[in-house]
Write a protein that binds this ligand. Structure first.
Ligand SMILES: Cc1cc2nc3c(=O)[nH]c(=O)nc-3n(C[C@H](O)[C@H](O)[C@H](O)COP(=O)(O)O)c2cc1C
Length: 229
């Protein structure tokens, strides 16, 4: 999308949006690039520095409540944590997946990805915010922890799009389980919110699947209205 077509789409010549920002948000799209776990792609060389720069920018996402002191310990106040794999790390992690866990498409994507960022969130401690089964409850604080971590992930996706890197927010499948979170070094209280995959710019030879709801968008005319006061 050119800067001009962003303006056309927004319908105004004097839009105060920065065209590059609007373009990255508007062009973000799910691209699930599937490789062959039996013959993983050689990493194309996306640098760790690039990923770290993404985190530095996306880390400005808003958060309302700090991670609970009992959960974060000496750690930072942000209610998200991120565990990173570069291309070589994705292949190494692929090799560690247990077929008995039925990793499915996660394995296919680890065979193709240039990087993966597993983003966790930190529920408040059990006595405060968990139900009788030990699951975190939808307390105001927990909802806002997830909301903040989601804003962080969306920022990652937007930045990846602005760098023309195909990307995908996965719920994580098998990577949600304690076993795989522990393997990445996540703390015992952390829960996976998303496995963010970054794929090579050149998708030649990869099977690329779109998001299933992409065509289902209704748009703001359907889901917004000015409140009539
Ligand atoms: C929280 C969250 C979790 C998601 N998890 C998955 C997933 O596990 N598998 C999947 O195919 N798509 C997943 N998606 C991507 C959606 O399917 C996708 O965003 C939707 O189909 C719309 O397509 P688009 O992203 O191209 O606009 C997830 C999206 C979000 C926001």
């Amino acid at each position: 999308m050119s800067d001009e077509s962003v303006k056309t789409r927004l319908g105004t010549d004097d839009s105060r949006f920065d065209a590059a920002v609007a373009r990255a948000i508007a062009e973000r799209v799910t691209q699930k690039a599937l490789g062959d776990p039996a013959q993983p792609r050689a990493p194309q060389g996306l640098s760790r520095q690039f990923v770290e720069e993404m985190l530095a920018v996306a880390g400005n996402a808003p958060f309302h409540y700090p991670a609970h002191p009992e959960v974060r310990g000496d750690g930072p106040r942000e209610p998200w944590r991120t565990y990173l794999l570069d291309g070589a790390g994705c292949r190494a992690y692929l090799a560690r997946l247990d077929p008995a866990d039925k990793p499915g498409k996660i394995a296919d994507m680890l065979a193709a990805a240039e990087a993966m960022a597993c983003v966790t969130w930190l529920p408040d401690p059990p006595e405060a915010e968990h139900d009788a089964d030990g699951a975190p409850v939808f307390s105001d604080r927990n909802i806002e922890h997830v909301a903040a971590a989601s804003a962080f992930i969306q920022s990652l996706l937007t930045l990846a799009t602005s760098a023309r890197l195909p990307n995908y927010w996965s719920s994580g499948g098998v990577l949600r389980s304690r076993k795989y979170l522990d393997g990445l070094g996540a703390g015992p209280n952390e829960l996976l919110l998303g496995a963010v995959f970054l794929f090579p710019r050149d998708l030649t030879g990869l099977d690329v699947k779109p998001g299933s709801l992409r065509a289902e968008r209704a748009g703001p005319a359907a889901w917004s209205r000015w409140a009539a006061l």
